[in-house]
Design a protein. Structure first.
Length: 147
């Protein structure tokens, strides 16, 4: 039992005790040379880093999409399929499964954002249409998070 407590305490000290499942998360400084994408744990700071790495525009809105689509990272699609954005196959309507969550970010960039030219990103998502829920954009706007 003491070993478990010590290991947990060590993780809290080293990793700041924060994961994607926490609602109040602050980013730590990460440099591109320190991380291999396919080994990264899913945290808000790592998600922010990977969004930057793939040059995803409107990162703040895309993080809100992650939060809404996965219930703060708790959904089956997120945990099992590594699908952070509810990405589906347009022909079959089945959810995509990714080997690692960072591939989902790349999938978002390649299947959604390649269509984005410029302007109001909420309007872009609504006109796409990104989601079936008519209140999707309003729900995104209401999400508050802190990295």
């Amino acid at each position: 039992m003491k070993q478990l407590i010590l290991a947990t305490l060590l993780c809290v000290i080293v990793f700041g005790g924060r994961s994607v499942y926490d609602n109040n998360i602050r980013a730590s400084t990460i440099t591109k040379n320190e991380i291999k994408l396919d080994t990264m744990e899913l945290t808000f700071s790592n998600l922010s880093y990977v969004l930057d790495y793939y040059n995803v525009k409107h990162k703040d809105i895309v993080i809100k999409q992650f939060i809404l689509e996965t219930g703060w990272g708790k959904s089956y699609s997120c945990k099992v399929r590594n699908n952070l954005f509810g990405l589906t196959n347009p022909r079959t309507k089945d959810y995509f499964s990714f080997k690692h969550w960072t591939q989902s970010v790349k999938g978002y960039k390649n299947s959604v954002q390649y269509k984005y030219k410029n302007g109001d990103y909420f309007k872009f998502l609504k006109e796409l249409p990104y989601a079936e829920d008519p209140n999707y954009i309003n729900k995104l706007k209401q999400i508050k998070y802190d990295i």
